[in-house]
Ligand binder design. Structure first.
Ligand SMILES: C[S@@+](CC[C@H](N)C(=O)[O-])C[C@H]1O[C@@H](n2cnc3c(N)ncnc32)[C@H](O)[C@@H]1O
Length: 255
């Protein structure tokens, strides 16, 4: 089947590892009936995976061009309804068995996964499930070339510490978008620290965890003031951000 897409959604479709983990998680979902919501459906690819398993799929997309693509791509499936709406403005009328929401980005800072799920979860059955089911965030101290917040697709940096987990979320829990953590990191070489590298692992379900992929959570580089460290030195840093409010909300400092 040929999918009509926008250039951005075409790049999302080209990341076949991203598609595979979502496909497998939907295949492993233990039911073949009921109602599923696909929140931020884009070109409609995840609704396409969902349509065979569910009696009804409701797919919401805020962007008009992507909505038009999804509507055309899914027009053969009478059990799929595509709606051009911000999820946060949509009046859900039924509780779903499954919510699929791929509004992911590193540490969930720049996209609306958390505000959208906090709202839409009110319309999930008590035993309902969410795909993905959560994330794990890790951090390392680095010496990086560019001194501003950026994603690491083509970044040059040297890692100076082991990767440690600093937060984990289960999307079925109520999650405050305001995040703050104090983190202790141990240098494994003599060098100059001037940043943090954040990596996000996506838990699709109990069996599938996806690391960073080209179109899913490339590591995020956050600057710190320069500080000389010797091997085995500790630094303690505080990072703060608001999930869904963008990378402008990030603050980082030594304690
Ligand atoms: C990362 S894309 C994923 C698209 C598609 N589900 C896929 O997997 O290829 C996220 C999509 O969510 C949409 N989106 C973001 N915020 C939204 C909101 N508040 N309500 C509805 N759609 C939203 C974006 O326009 C984008 O198409």
């Amino acid at each position: 089947m040929k999918f009509k897409t926008t250039p951005y959604h075409h790049d999302l479709l080209k990341d076949t590892d991203r598609l595979s983990v979502f496909y497998e998680a939907i295949e492993e979902y233990n039911s073949d009936c009921g109602l599923a919501y696909d929140l931020g459906c884009g070109s409609g690819i995840l609704s396409y995976f969902l349509n065979e398993k569910f009696d009804e799929v409701v797919s919401l997309e805020i962007e008009n061009k992507a909505f038009q693509c999804a509507e055309e791509n899914l027009s053969d499936f009478k059990n799929v309804q595509v709606i051009n709406s911000n999820v946060l403005d949509y009046e859900f009328s039924k509780e779903a068995d499954l919510i699929v929401c791929e509004m992911l980005d590193t540490a969930l800072i720049d996209e609306e996964e958390i505000p959208v799920l906090n709202y839409a979860k009110k319309f999930l059955k008590r035993d309902g499930k969410i795909i993905p089911q959560g994330i794990i965030n890790t951090v390392q101290m680095v010496n990086m070339e560019r001194h501003h917040v950026h994603w690491d697709e083509d970044a040059t940096y040297e890692t100076l510490s082991d990767e440690i987990s600093y937060s984990e979320f289960d999307f079925l829990d109520e999650i405050s978008p305001e995040f703050k953590a104090q983190i202790k990191l141990k240098s494994n070489k003599d060098s100059t620290v001037n940043g943090l590298k954040i990596t996000t692992y996506t838990k699709l379900n109990d069996n599938i965890i996806a690391g960073p992929l080209p179109m899913l959570n490339p590591p995020l580089m956050i600057p710190l003031d320069e500080k000389h460290v010797n091997v085995n030195d500790f630094i303690v840093v505080e990072i703060k951000y608001i999930m869904g409010e963008g990378i402008e909300s990030i603050e980082s400092r030594y304690l």
